[in-house]
Design a protein around this ligand. Structure first.
Ligand SMILES: [Cu+2]
Length: 114
């Protein structure tokens, strides 16, 4: 471990990096970046996975298909609505409009009672 420089705490990332840039003999800037790198990576991974959960279109489609294959008792109007919402959801998903896709798919699920 390189020695910590006086004048800034380990949490002061910007200060440490600036200090590092001013004085190439001081390694604490680099050490701070190294220390925070796993945390930053974890936050980025967290954001990516929560986005994947928010846009869960393929799983919603699978759930709808599974329910449909069990031949639920639906009125002809509801069955048509579910079919349309399911198709809309897939089309939106393929177009990259995951928010719209999720809306259609969740509505279809509501009609199906899931
Ligand atoms: Cu999607």
């Amino acid at each position: 471990m390189p020695p910590e420089c006086a004048g800034h705490g380990p949490a002061d990332v910007s200060g440490a990096v600036m200090h590092y840039a001013e004085d190439s003999n001081c390694f604490c800037g680099e050490a701070t970046v190294r220390k925070f790198f796993p945390i930053v990576t974890a936050i980025l991974l967290c954001g990516a996975s929560s986005m994947a959960f928010a846009h869960n279109c393929p799983n919603e489609m699978k759930a709808i298909d599974a329910k449909l294959s069990s031949k639920p008792a639906l009125s002809p109007e509801d069955a048509a609505k579910v079919a349309r919402l399911r198709a809309d959801g897939e089309a939106y998903h393929k177009a990259g409009k995951h928010d719209e896709a999720m809306k259609s798919l969740l509505e279809a699920k509501k009609i199906l009672g899931i």
